[in-house]
Design a protein around this ligand. Structure first.
Ligand code: HEM
Ligand SMILES: N/C(=N/c1cccc(CO[C@@H]2CCNC2)c1)c1cccs1
Length: 326
C-alpha cells in the first residue's frame, strides 16, 4: 500500500467479493442465487484482442446451450491515477439503432447514440435490420478504442411464438438469450474493476414489457393489439394491458420451448421474498430499491409491491460509470 497505493487481491477475495457485491445490489430481484456465481479471474490479460476472446468464451460458457450459468469475468483493476479498462457496450449482446434521415429508427432506439459513435469509428451495420448485433468496443487505459465483431454462432437468439396465436411467429420478433452487463464498475475492498462483465438469466418482463413494449424501444404493443383485433381507439378498452400480457406470455413460452433459462416475474418475486427471510436468518439486513424490485407489469399482484423496502448502497457493489465516449 505505501509503495504502490494499492494491493493485489487473492482469487478468494475476488470470488467472495463478487458474490457479496451481487448480494448487496439493492436493485437486483435475482439475489437468491448470489452464492451460485462462477467467477473467472482474467486480470492477467493485457491486450484488447485477448480480452475480446475471453468475452466470447464467457458467452459460450454462460449460455451453455440454454441452461444459463451466472458468471462474471474480471479483467485487470484500475491503477490509481489511471483510467481503467473499459468495454464501451452497456451489454455484450445488444442490437444497433439506426436513425434514418426522415427521423424514423430501425433497430433498438436505446442504442442510436452508441451506433452513431461506432459509425464515427468506421463501423458499418451488417444489413441495417432491426436486430443487427453491435460490435464489441474495448478500450485499454490511455489507448484508442478497438472494435471486434462477435461470432454469430456464439449468440443464441429466441424467435418469439405464442401459445395460442399462430400468427405471432409471422411477426418475425426475436430476442437474445443472454443478458451480459458490461459497463458497470465492480468495487471490492477499495479496488475498482472497471471491466467485469456479468450475466444471469432474464426475467420475462425485461424483454416483454420493457425491451419490446416500451414506446421508445421496439414499441410493439400497437401492432400486437391490432393483430389481436382489439379496439385501440380508447385507453379504456385496456388494449395496451391485454397486448402486454400476450407479449409476455409469448416471451416465456418461446424461451421455454427453446430450452433457454428464464424466470417469470411472479416466481422471481416469490423467490426474492424467500431470499429476504434467509438473509434475516443469516443476521444480515437486506436493502432493496422498491422502484426497481417491483416488476414493470402487474406490480400489485406480486408480494414485493406490498413491502416498504429500505434502500441503501453498501460495498462491495456494482456502480455506474460515465459513458467512455463522452
Ligand atoms: C441469476 C439471475 C438473475 C436475475 C433473474 C436478475 C434479475 C435482475 C433484474 C430484473 C434487474 C433489473 C434490471 C432492469 O430493470 O433493467 C436486475 C438488476 C441488477 N442485477 Fe440482477 N439478476 C440476476 C443475476 C445477477 C447477477 C449474476 C449479477 C451480478 C453478479 C446481478 C447484478 C445486478 C445489478 C448490479 C443490477 C442493477 C443494475 C442497474 O442498476 O442498472 N444480477 N437483476
Ligand atoms: N437479467 C438481468 N437484467 C439486468 C440486470 C442489470 C441491468 C440490466 C439493464 O439495466 C439497464 C440500465 C438501466 N435500466 C436498463 C438488466 C441481468 C443482467 C446481468 C445479470 S442478470
Amino acid at each position: 500500500m505505501e509503495r504502490t497505493g494499492t494491493y493485489w487481491q487473492t482469487q478468494e477475495e475476488l470470488t467472495y467479493g463478487s458474490m457479496v457485491a451481487w448480494r448487496n445490489n439493492a436493485r437486483c430481484i435475482g439475489r437468491i442465487n448470489w452464492q451460485m456465481l462462477q467467477v473467472r479471474d482474467m486480470r492477467y490479460l493485457s491486450t484488447a484482442q485477448d480480452i475480446f476472446m475471453a468475452i466470447v468464451e464467457h458467452i459460450r460458457l454462460a449460455t451453455n446451450s440454454g441452461k444459463i450459468r451466472s458468471m462474471i469475468t474480471i479483467f485487470a483493476p484500475q491503477r490509481p491515477g489511471h483510467p481503467g479498462i473499459r468495454i464501451w457496450n452497456p451489454q455484450i449482446i445488444r442490437y444497433a439503432g439506426y436513425r434514418q434521415a426522415n427521423g424514423t429508427i430501425i433497430g433498438d432506439p436505446l442504442h442510436t447514440k452508441l451506433t452513431e459513435v461506432l459509425y464515427k469509428l468506421g463501423w458499418r451495420g451488417a444489413q441495417g435490420g432491426a436486430f443487427d448485433l453491435l460490435p464489441i468496443v474495448i478500450q485499454m487505459p490511455n489507448r484508442p478504442p478497438e472494435l471486434f465483431e462477435l461470432p454469430r454462432d456464439c449468440v443464441l437468439e429466441v424467435a418469439l411464438s405464442h401459445p395460442d396465436f399462430s400468427w405471432f411467429i409471422e411477426l418475425g420478433i426475436k430476442w437474445h438469450a443472454l443478458p451480459v452487463i458490461s459497463n458497470m464498475r465492480l468495487e471490492i475492498g477499495g479496488i475498482s474493476y472497471t471491466a467485469a462483465p456479468f450475466n444471469g438469466w432474464y426475467m420475462g418482463t425485461e424483454i416483454g414489457a420493457r425491451n419490446l413494449g416500451d414506446i421508445n424501444r421496439y414499441n410493439l404493443l400497437p401492432l400486437i393489439a391490432k393483430m389481436m383485433g382489439l379496439d385501440t381507439r380508447s385507453d379504456r378498452t385496456l388494449w395496451k394491458d391485454r397486448a402486454l400480457v400476450e407479449l409476455n406470455r409469448a416471451v416465456l413460452h418461446s424461451f421455454a420451448l427453446a430450452g433457454v433459462t428464464i424466470i417469470d416475474h411472479h416466481t422471481a418475486a416469490r423467490q426474492f421474498i424467500h431470499h429476504e427471510k434467509r438473509e434475516q436468518q443469516a443476521g444480515r439486513k437486506l436493502y432493496a430499491d422498491w422502484s426497481w424490485i417491483v416488476p414493470p407489469m402487474s406490480g400489485s399482484t406480486t408480494p414485493v409491491f406490498h413491502i416498504p423496502y429500505e434502500n441503501r448502497q453498501v460495498t462491495p457493489n456494482f456502480f455506474y460509470q460515465d459513458d467512455p465516449w463522452l
